[in-house]
Design a protein around this ligand. Structure first.
Ligand code: NI
Length: 387
């Protein structure tokens, strides 16, 4: 086990990288400068197998161990920022107005670079470590595209690991759970078709506004009355559009929203029942509905063996009681899910202290977390690839 204090020097360097990346955020696939920065650093560590331009701007690099042949494990960081106007007030505030690292992907990138530097210098493992730097996590497509472009097969990756910083968890602590750690993300659109007319003669119309209102309340009872209270289902109606005048009952009303679930069964249930609920309520009033449901991101499911490995490594690093092996899953989504669909692996949460929440304009990655993230990656690689 390599203790956290072994990363003091790398930690200082990683902090300067992190703050540089924070000052220069880039969005979705357009992380060109970030990817160039990553590739240049990797080359400076003496890594000679670096491939750029995967999923447009993704980077994968291979470090070969010096302890003989063995499997390849993937360690993944995301590089993209968010379209948010920064209000952190930090000296390293974004120089690109309206773009900001509000999810800490600057920290994720810096930590994986820090681990890369250490691993490339020591190579105290068998097989290889594949460093995966992905674009476009926030729109949920970068991870999927890297998998579609064949990184798992091309680099011979047999297991894959991810990490996300977590505000509200103390620095120097980790959280993980077996099974779903992030939710599946779906979206739906419901168009209620009624019959328009004069607002003073509602009996001659089929009012889609009233039907839409009933549907919205009906959807909430799917959660409160039809779902096991010990399971998680979120249905949020986030858009409602109908009509333009005070004295006209419109022809149609539109409802849209998002669904989050932590189990495939509940995900199927929600899709079926949202449609049935909307249709049946509309039918009772003589209205019709058009329904669309889109599955955007899969569940992020931690596999048992890799979760156990990740937990053991984190505990060896920070102590038994500083790792919560049954952390509450998040109803947010994470496109590392696609990598976990392709290969067994696990995603761990890293304490970011009492900072602002993710995606908040005052959020900032906590540099004090850097040595823990770097230490986790290094020890995970050495443990998973021990001779
Ligand atoms: Ni994130």
């Amino acid at each position: 086990m390599v203790g956290v204090d072994r990363f003091k020097e790398i930690e200082i360097e990683a902090m300067t990288w992190r703050r540089y990346l924070h000052e220069n955020p880039e969005l979705d696939y357009r992380v060109n400068d970030t990817a160039a920065f990553v590739a240049e650093k990797l080359a400076s560590f003496g890594i000679n197998h670096i491939e750029c331009g995967i999923a447009e701007t993704g980077v994968v690099a291979l470090i070969q161990g010096q302890l003989g042949d063995g499997p390849t494990i993937g360690l993944r960081a995301d590089m993209d920022a968010l379209p948010i106007l920064e209000a952190s007030g930090k000296p390293w505030t974004s120089k690109r107005s309206g773009q900001m690292h509000a999810c800490g992907h600057d920290g994720h990138t810096a930590m994986l670079l820090g681990a890369a530097k250490y691993l490339a210098a020591t190579r105290n493992f068998k097989g290889s470590v594949a460093l995966i730097f992905q674009p476009a996590e926030e729109d949920g497509r970068g991870g999927q595209r890297m998998v579609q472009e064949g990184i798992m097969d091309r680099f011979g990756i047999s297991q894959v690991f991810g990490m996300h910083n977590w505000p509200g968890m103390e620095v120097g602590t980790f959280g993980i759970c077996e099974g779903s750690i992030f939710a599946a993300l779906d979206e739906f659109d419901i168009v209620v078709k009624g019959r328009g007319g004069h607002a003073a003669a509602p009996h001659l119309t089929i009012d889609p506004v009233v039907v839409a209102a009933q549907i919205i309340l009906g959807l909430q009872t799917l959660v409160s009355r039809n779902t096991d209270p010990t399971e998680s289902l979120v249905i949020s109606v986030t858009k409602l559009n109908a009509g333009q005048a005070y004295n006209i009952i419109p022809e149609r009303a539109e409802i849209a929203g998002t669904v989050r679930t932590l189990s495939p069964i509940l995900r199927d249930f929600a899709e079926k029942q949202i449609e049935a609920c909307a249709e049946n309520i509309a039918r009772a009033s003589g209205a019709k509905v058009e329904f669309q449901h889109r599955r955007l991101e899969p569940l992020t499911v931690n596999h048992p063996d890799q979760t156990r490995r990740a937990t053991e490594v984190a505990r060896a690093l920070v102590g038994h009681s500083s790792v919560n092996p049954k952390v509450k899953p998040s109803l947010g989504s994470e496109d590392f899910a696609y990598m976990l669909e392709a290969r067994p692996g696990a995603c761990i949460l890293l304490g970011n202290g009492s900072t602002a929440a993710l995606h908040n304009p005052t959020y900032d990655f906590n540099d004090e977390a850097l040595p823990y993230g770097i230490g986790y990656w290094v020890n995970l690689a050495e443990a998973a690839l021990a001779p």
